[in-house]
Design a protein around this ligand. Structure first.
Ligand SMILES: C[S@@+](CC[C@H](N)C(=O)[O-])C[C@H]1O[C@@H](n2cnc3c(N)ncnc32)[C@H](O)[C@@H]1O
Length: 209
């Protein structure tokens, strides 16, 4: 792995996504998690402090990047909930069927290699009635912006270490068999110049029984 993806990018990401507005979104997302929880694409552990020990019995995190895991290490000791970090990636989760109450992704579906496989794995490891909570930046509803997302995607994939601007994540969540209420796109001013290229959605999809 290169020095950019393993050293510089994890540092950059913490700076770029450490804005109080993004932290508030993380808190709102993770505050809904309950029971035995899995977070995929844990990154440097920016969500960790928002898990509620009154609701979460155990948190399992999966993060394939060694650079991210190195940055997360210092946060793990201060976890508010019992935690285990398991090597792996979202496309092949090393867990039994139906063993989690909640699965969380925070700005991760944009970066995985195969979204459909990851969603199928999330569905497999969630118990019936379990919740998949996500906060993701997605393909814009605006046709002009969609064209820009397509043009800029090759650059974004390099700069963002595999991050894509043009994923219609809500549609893919529904296509994977989850039940999901309509989700509104929001432009997040904290993203500055790229805010309109990175509209956010947050949702709670349910694995049908
Ligand atoms: C934009 S970062 C977000 C990190 C963190 N969730 C946050 O909110 O700061 C995307 C994360 O997804 C991870 N990732 C990339 N491919 C993955 C995969 N196939 N399975 C699980 N995580 C993956 C990356 O290593 C990175 O840590």
């Amino acid at each position: 792995m290169g020095i950019y993806s393993e050293r510089i990018f994890p540092w950059l990401l913490d700076k770029a996504l450490g804005h109080p507005r993004i932290e508030a979104r993380r808190a709102a997302l993770v505050g809904q998690a309950a029971g035995d929880v899995l977070e995929i694409g844990f990154g440097s552990g920016a969500t960790l402090r928002f898990y509620d020990p009154a609701k979460v019995t155990r948190l399992t995190v999966v993060e394939p990047s060694e650079g991210m895991n190195r940055r997360a290490a210092s946060r793990l000791a201060a976890s508010p909930v019992p935690l285990r970090s398991v090597p792996g990636a979202g496309e092949r989760l090393p867990f039994d069927d139906a063993c989690f109450d909640t699965v969380v992704t925070c700005l991760t579906l944009c970066s995985v290699s195969d979204v459909r496989k990851v969603l199928s794995e999330i569905r497999r490891v969630l118990r019936p009635g379990g919740q998949f909570l996500f906060l993701e930046h997605v393909l814009s509803e605006d046709a002009g912006m969609r064209r820009w997302q397509g043009r800029l995607n090759p650059v974004q994939k390099v700069v963002g270490v595999g991050c894509n601007l043009d994923r219609d994540s809500a549609a893919m969540v529904r296509a994977a068999g989850f039940s999901l209420r309509p989700v509104a796109q929001e432009i997040e001013p904290a993203f500055g110049a790229v805010a309109r290229l990175t509209p956010l959605i947050a949702g709670a999809a349910v694995r049908p029984g």
